[in-house]
Design a protein around this ligand. Structure first.
Ligand code: PXP
Length: 254
């Protein structure tokens, strides 16, 4: 059965506002001002990744976001005891569990839910019990979906890095990567899991991914913050929202 027009939300990842701030060790640009503009311009939530090495967002940023914008923080974090304690203490609206390697520039791939099954179970049960929406960042892979469903996670965020890279470089793998995402989105939705997508999106790939009706949330960071240097954050967010609406209409036509 075709699902028509499920709502699609935008989470704006503000990590790289903090990257810029930390580059000079100053108090600006303010991540709170960025979050405020993002929400006023149509973002539905604010995403921030508290990394083990605190290279961009730090502990006080997380507290400030939760205090200033209750119910709006999607906290990305690795499945470590330190992060679990922080999440249970600050109680964000949702937690997206991501793999983390110290030496990587960004989150390079999805979580291996298969090999980390027991560790993840111990991790997400307390979060769910505390009323926090749980999400796993995974590659578009059926085994990962199956193992995630076993753990009763609320949402799956599909890592779109390979697709976006292929699209941007006009690689012939692009169509296959898109099909993989679309297939996992459909299967996850049939299992009652809310489907999100993120990593590497720009205007074009936002439009394409929004055409997949089962995707209910996109999380976008680096492109939005980069583009806002030229156009301003409010305008970029409105333009991204327009791409999402255009993409959704394409999905309805197909
Ligand atoms: N979603 C998740 C789970 C991520 O880890 C990231 C990158 O931190 C993003 C979305 C945003 O990716 P990008 O900054 O490439 O838009």
């Amino acid at each position: 059965m075709k699902i028509i027009n499920k709502k699609i939300n935008l989470g704006v990842n503000i990590d790289h506002v903090a990257t810029l701030r930390n580059a000079r060790g100053e108090l600006f640009p303010s991540i709170i001002d960025a979050a405020d503009i993002a929400l006023k311009s149509g973002a539905d939530s604010i995403t921030a990744h508290l990394r083990e090495d605190r290279r961009h967002i730090n502990d006080s940023d997380i507290k400030d976001i939760v205090t200033n914008f209750p119910g709006k923080l999607n906290l990305e974090m690795a499945a470590t005891e330190e992060m679990l304690n922080i999440a249970l203490n600050i109680k964000p609206f949702s937690c997206c569990i991501v793999p983390e390697k110290r030496e990587e520039l960004t989150t390079e791939g999805g979580l291996d839910v298969l090999s980390k099954h027991n560790q993840l179970k111990k991790f997400i049960d307390p979060l769910r019990d505390a009323g926090i929406r749980t999400s796993f960042f995974v590659d578009a892979d059926e085994v990962q979906l199956e193992k995630s469903a076993d753990l009763d996670v609320d949402c799956l965020e599909i890592h779109c890095g390979s697709y976006c890279r292929a699209f941007d470089r006009s690689l012939n793998t692009c169509e296959d990567e898109f099909k993989k995402i679309s297939n996992i989105a459909k299967l996850a939705s049939q299992l009652g899991i809310e489907v999100h997508a993120g990593h590497g999106l720009n205007y074009e790939t936002t439009k394409m991914l929004s055409s997949i009706n089962e995707i209910e949330e996109l999380n976008i960071g680096f492109f939005i913050i980069s583009e806002s240097l030229f156009k301003g954050l409010d305008i970029v967010i409105r333009d991204i929202k327009n791409c999402m609406s255009e993409g959704r209409s394409l999905g309805e036509e197909n």
